[in-house]
Design a protein around this ligand. Structure first.
Ligand code: DC
Length: 651
């Protein structure tokens, strides 16, 4: 399973150009295909769902050309039903392609098979099929009744009249019907049965149909009259707005992580309902501003986001972002009227509840609501994404809680936003790490401690963890080559670091783990991959605001490869042996220069030769040779570099 590890973030600020709206892109493509004339589409979204629609249009005889890099496409419309009368379409998990194409094909007098990924075959389409059957369409469900895959066959259609369609499962059924009906050539009235959900999406449909020359008369949200004898006509050029649902992650990032974060591509004039996410965010106390083509969000002037209890039926997709924003609220939050989540890319209510619990929230899950109680502290977790792009994007926000988070299968964002994590990285500021790696007794411990003190940052002496494992193993009578038992010991090492003291089971072992025997033991246990793996997360948990100075052998290579500054601190073996010798003598301990030198050389060789995380100077590390340099000079060298790299220096 692929994953992406996001480090804890200090905050978020900046601006992002949004990819095109998925809802608008796929609607415009279909309308352009059915319209008379050629349509020039700008800023079309480049994503999996749009790919599926483009492939389907090709298979149905529509000529289009375009360049993904330029996000510019030309579609030559056919001015009526699809010309290809026999086709098999695979539509992935793209609801915005599957539903409207089903309706358009039912009115195209041909034989078509439509299928998708297994999840698509679990997503209901029966209400749309029922409505189309009322028109005389011949559609069979090839698997379970009411679900894809579907077979559409030519049929003699009824002329006009009234068609009834359910509106309370997915608004896409109504959208599909409305967009297809002009193909029938006769006036048809659509009556919505049940309360129409996700209304803003119907508004997008009507607005785009009007741009292509077909005006639907609407009475409330329950009756829609599609005129007869009309044809779609290309409006020439169509600009696709930025995706308002995709905007929600960045706006939430601004509200949680300080901000301001600005999204470009949607604004006050947007036809997408999800821009109203900004209003919801403002109700949580975030400071929100909007222009013609941008929206910006900042954290509340003081304190956390406010707890909320909101009906979110009008913004079902962006509402998921609020479920994660609830983790940052000052009390329990309730998301109401979100039953449609259950039939989306995954059962989003269940998925959201499960994953929110992983980071420590208390969650109550109802048929159509979620209640989220934020934890006092978020815990690191590996988030499953259920092949749902929005799960992946939502949970990236956890990193703004000063908490690392792993996103499993991050590529699922390709459905609507292939560049999401790059865009996210543009606006967030990771907790900075200075990695100081180098051989034993090079003085990196002292230098790291002083750099950390000067910056007011945390300090990780990773070598002491390996020393502690060796020490605890010796005490417990575990052989230093017994990998499974050593790894088990490392995984729950009862060690604490308190004000310069190192405690094992409450006992101060600071001096004991510095003994030569323990040093040699540490270097032996450090060779074992399972021991290193067991200490992996523990080391990464030291990364916390305002920053971390981490020293060891593999800080820059394995534990914090994204360190803002990597130093390779070394000194000649003779110089290191001499320093160690002085230390031991000062402590009144017996020492021999010859033994120390030999011992150091052996440890260097072992650390450098091991297959896992060997000691090495990375190409992106700065060499600091302290053979003839004092501690103060070495510290100044590191601090200068930190300043040059723009790291915030206290004092
Ligand atoms: O830095 P130190 O001398 O305290 O390290 C003790 C041993 O632990 C050393 O032999 C190498 C090993 N070590 C390691 O393998 N990886 C680290 N990140 C730190 C130390």
């Amino acid at each position: 399973m692929e994953f992406l590890d996001l480090p804890p973030m200090l905050g978020a600020a900046g601006s992002v150009r949004l990819p095109g709206s998925k809802s608008i892109s796929n609607r415009v493509l279909l309308l352009a295909a059915l319209a008379e004339g050629e349509t020039d589409i700008r800023d079309l979204l480049a994503s999996d769902d749009v790919e599926r629609m483009l492939e389907a249009l090709s298979a149905l005889g529509i000529e289009w050309s375009g360049a993904e890099e330029a996000n510019r496409y030309r579609v030559r419309g056919v001015g009526g039903p699809f010309p290809v009368k026999r086709a098999e379409l695979f539509l992935g998990n793209a609801g915005t392609a599957f539903r409207p194409l089903t309706a358009a094909l039912a009115l195209s007098a041909g034989e078509y098979r439509l299928s998708g990924v297994p999840r698509m075959h679990e997503r209901p389409i029966g209400d749309l099929v029922d409505a189309l059957r009322q028109l005389g369409a011949d559609i069979s469900c090839l698997g379970n009744e009411g679900y894809p895959p579907l077979l559409v066959r030519p049929a003699s259609l009824r002329a006009g009249g009234v068609v009834r369609v359910r509106g309370d499962v997915s608004s896409q059924f109504l959208t599909a019907l409305l967009m297809a009906l002009p193909l029938s050539g006769v006036e048809t009235t659509v009556e919505v049965v049940g309360e129409l959900i996700s209304r803003p999406y119907i508004a997008i449909t009507l607005e785009l149909m009007a741009r292509f020359g077909v005006r639907v008369e609407r009475e409330d949200w329950s009756r829609f009259v599609v005129p007869g004898g009309v044809r779609y006509r290309s409006p020439g050029t169509v600009f696709v707005e930025g995706d308002a649902s995709s905007a929600s992650y960045f706006l939430a990032a601004g509200a949680i992580g300080g901000g301001p974060v600005r999204v470009e591509g949607v604004g006050v004039n947007s036809i997408q309902g999800d821009v109203r996410f900004a209003e919801a965010l403002a109700q949580l106390g975030a400071r929100v501003a909007m222009g013609d083509n941008w929206i910006e969000a900042r954290a509340p002037a003081e304190g956390r986001l406010k707890a909320f209890d909101l009906d979110l039926n009008h913004i079902p997709d962006a509402a998921m972002t609020l479920a994660v924003a609830a983790l940052f609220a000052d009390g329990p939050c309730r998301l109401r009227n979100i039953a449609s989540w259950r039939v989306k890319e995954t059962d989003r209510i269940a998925a959201m509840a499960t994953e929110l619990r992983k980071v420590g929230a208390e969650v109550e899950e109802g048929a159509d609501y979620l209640r989220v109680t934020p934890p006092p502290r978020l815990c690191p977790a590996a988030i499953d994404t259920y092949d749902d792009h929005r799960m992946a994007m939502c949970f990236s926000l956890v990193s703004l809680g000063g908490c690392r988070v792993r996103i499993n299968d991050p590529k699922c964002v390709n459905k609507t936003f292939p560049g999401y994590f790059r865009a996210f990285a543009q606006v967030v500021r990771p907790v900075p790490v200075i990695a100081i790696d180098g051989p034993s007794a090079s003085g990196k411990g002292t230098v790291a401690a002083e750099v950390a003190a000067a910056l007011g940052w945390h300090h990780l002496d990773s070598g002491s963890l390996y020393r502690l494992v060796a020490h605890a193993a010796t005490r417990a009578g575990i052989a230093l080559g017994d990998e499974p038992r050593l790894a088990a010991l490392a995984a729950c090492l009862p060690a604490r670091f308190e004000g310069g003291r190192i405690l094992l089971d409450g006992e101060d072992v600071g001096d004991a783990i510095r003994s030569e025997a323990c040093s040699a033991g540490a270097s032996k246990v450090a060779v074992l991959p399972a021991v290193r793996a067991a200490l992996f997360d523990r080391q990464r948990d030291y990364r916390a605001a305002p920053g971390l100075v981490a020293e060891g052998r593999d800080m820059g290579s394995v534990i914090f490869p994204d360190s803002a500054l990597k130093i390779f601190l070394t000194a000649s073996a003779e110089a290191r042996a001499e320093r160690r010798y002085k230390q031991l003598i000062e402590k009144g301990l017996a020492a021999s220069m010859i033994d120390l030198l030999q011992d150091l050389r052996e440890r260097d060789a072992r650390d450098a030769a091991r297959t896992v995380a060997p000691l090495q100077q990375l190409p992106d590390a700065v060499l600091l040779d302290t053979t003839s340099m004092g501690v103060a000079q070495a510290v100044a060298f590191v601090l200068d570099l930190a300043r040059e790299r723009g790291l915030e220096i206290r004092g």
